[in-house]
Design a protein around this ligand. Structure first.
Ligand code: SF4
Length: 424
């Protein structure tokens, strides 16, 4: 007779701590999905030609309208301290706002070069607000690649936005705030489910437009849609919001647990969630069943990249029967990930931080069926005969919720399918 599966316990020996060379994109990458989400915002990177090239190549193929981002290039004179970079920023912003009167929020985004020359963008934002507020609000955050990973750009952006949220009235009834940029179609699906469950007021951060920024206060119940929002959660907690611990809405189990956490905070039982979500869960089951034969029993190795690794590993292991060789993550937020960690199989090897050479050695020794890693590692590993999945695609693609569970499984199945066909 089978007993219950042994439960993962986060013991010190479960986590390898790595502090070596890193291979990740910087936080500027977040602009690629954030500029599509916030329809009256503009992201002005104060950086180098390298920063401009990164954004162009990451976002270039996805631009269908005039982009809502650009780069104010710091040239040699700025970097040598010969020109006043603040005057330059003022000039670029004045030109931009004259050309684009639709902009309501302007983010000055710091980069490695602006950090190295210690350009004070908070001061620049304050000065510019004196001229352009309230029609336009100027905020700043850093997307620099120094000590950050690519999803932290979104965290820094949303944390900056928290200061802009109006205060909820002390007597305001409880409301739900979902934090994390979701594609509009996914946001609409989750919004419909949450309201069908009976949650009266649901808001999302970031809002699509500046005028839709939700109020926040002690009546706010905070549900994270992404696992990489430590600073945003801290900023919202400082405004009085109460975090609801929950698994993340990836796959059927994660989405159900996430909805149940929201429902419980409003006194609604799991039986309501079960009834409301049954059709969507059945559709998701059918979609997952198509991918399970290819994925079940395959061994997967996660390099640390997006901070989505732990929830995705849980999804692949529990809903698709994959074996976890190693689950690397840049940062392991023990509190936000607690419900996810409890769902990992006993003995799962986690690693936190990166030492790319050591991880490559472990990966080559293990010869997993699938490696989830950044673009820089994928090509060399493919050349060695390993099958890879680009982790950045998991952030660019709609993957949350029931309706996307099959697509999420498909992202992992596709490289294995391709490898099988090539071998045949
Ligand atoms: Fe490169 Fe730093 Fe610019 Fe990112 S912010 S593109 S890591 S120079």
């Amino acid at each position: 007779m089978n007993g219950p599966a042994p439960v993962f316990q986060l013991l010190p020996e479960s986590v390898l701590r790595e502090r070596g060379q890193r291979e990740v994109f910087c936080g500027l990458t977040g602009i690629v999905w954030l500029h599509r989400k916030m329809q009256d915002a503009f992201f002005l990177v104060v950086g180098s030609r390298t920063c401009a090239h990164l954004l162009q190549s990451a976002a270039g193929v996805m631009i269908f309208a005039e982009p809502r981002f650009g780069t104010a290039i710091l040239d040699e004179r700025d970097l040598a301290g010969l020109a006043d970079a603040h005057d330059e920023i003022d000039r670029v912003v004045a030109d931009l706002l004259a050309r684009r009167p639709d902009i309501r929020t302007l983010f000055l985004v710091g980069s490695c070069p602006s950090e190295v020359i210690k350009l004070d963008l908070a001061r620049a934002a304050e000065r510019l607000n004196g001229r352009v507020a309230p029609g336009v609000r100027v905020l700043n955050y850093s997307g620099s690649g120094i000590e950050t990973t690519f999803t932290q750009g979104e965290d820094a952006c949303l944390a900056a936005l928290v200061a802009e949220l109006p205060a909820a009235a002390p007597e305001a009834p409880p409301s739900l705030l979902v934090a994390g940029a979701l594609p509009d179609v996914v946001e609409d699906q989750l919004s419909r489910l949450l309201s069908a469950i009976g949650i009266p007021a649901v808001h999302f951060l970031p809002a699509r437009r500046r005028g839709e920024l939700p109020a926040v206060g002690p009546s706010t119940r905070l549900l994270l849609a992404q696992p990489f929002l430590a600073d945003t959660a801290r900023a919202l907690a400082a405004r009085g919001a109460r975090h609801l611990p929950a698994a993340f809405p990836f796959g059927i189990e994660g989405t159900t647990a996430w909805l149940e956490a929201a429902a419980a905070a409003f006194g609604i039982g799991p039986e309501v969630v079960e009834r409301v979500t049954r059709p969507a869960r059945e559709r998701a089951q059918a979609a997952l069943a198509r991918h399970r034969p290819l994925l079940a029993g395959k061994r997967v190795f996660f390099f640390p990249d997006s901070q989505l690794e732990v929830p995705l590993a849980r999804f692949l292991s529990r809903e698709l029967g994959m074996d976890l060789v190693e689950v690397g993550t840049p940062y392991l937020h023990r509190q936000h990930l607690a419900p996810e960690l409890a769902w990992l199989p006993a003995g799962t090897q986690l690693s936190e931080g990166q030492d790319v050479d050591r991880q490559l050695d472990r990966c080559r020794a293990a010869q997993p069926d699938l490696v989830v890693c950044g673009l820089g590692l994928a090509n060399p590993l493919e050349a060695e005969g390993l099958t890879t999945k680009w982790s950045i695609e998991l952030v660019f693609t709609p993957v949350h919720g029931y309706e996307q569970a099959g697509d999420l499984a498909g992202l992992f199945a596709r490289p294995l399918d391709r490898r099988q066909r090539l071998a045949a």
